[in-house]
Design a protein around this ligand. Sequence first.
Ligand code: GAR
Length: 190
Amino acid sequence: LKLKRAKAPHGVLVNSRVAIFISGRGSNLKSFLDSFSSSNVYVFSNKKVKGLDWAAKRGCHFELMNLKKDEVWHNISDRLNELKISKLFLLGFMKIIPAYFLESFKGKVINLHPSLLPAFPGLNSIEKSLKASSSVGVSLHEVNENMDEGPLIFQSALPEKNYNDLDFETDRVHSLEQQTVSAYVRLREI
Ligand code: GAR
């Protein structure tokens, strides 16, 4: 009987080049970089945020995007095409991406969101889910030109929740988000 060697839990290579867009503290980016080797990961942020420090520490290529400049989306599109990226993950990226950009990366742009979409798109989604006494969970979906919208790839809900403890539930959702992205990359063998 031949046993297959189990994949190492950390530092697994991403097989192809991926880009990650962020706008904030970058906990999902950090978790991504904890699980996958940084050599094929290209990080872009529209702000000087903590996430860029993670990228720098891990030796990732990273860039600050000035979204105020009109030509920027064309430039980024050229860069990603040059790099031949296979997926672009939005991990806490809080800007709408123009339709023409999405058109040239059809099926490749994937957003992570902390609610069971289509419920509670936008900001404060965990709080809104708890206030509405709805299920709390996360969604991974292909991106269209509207905010937190597009074909769903995967959703996962927390089994039970405490509607009165936002901090506790927020931590649980963030850890579910990190597991979700990691599972997607491994299962799709990106
Ligand atoms: C995450 O919860 C992510 O799902 C959410 O922003 C947070 C970023 O946290 N994204 C959205 O709300 C997209 N609409 P992070 O910067 O620590 O990864």
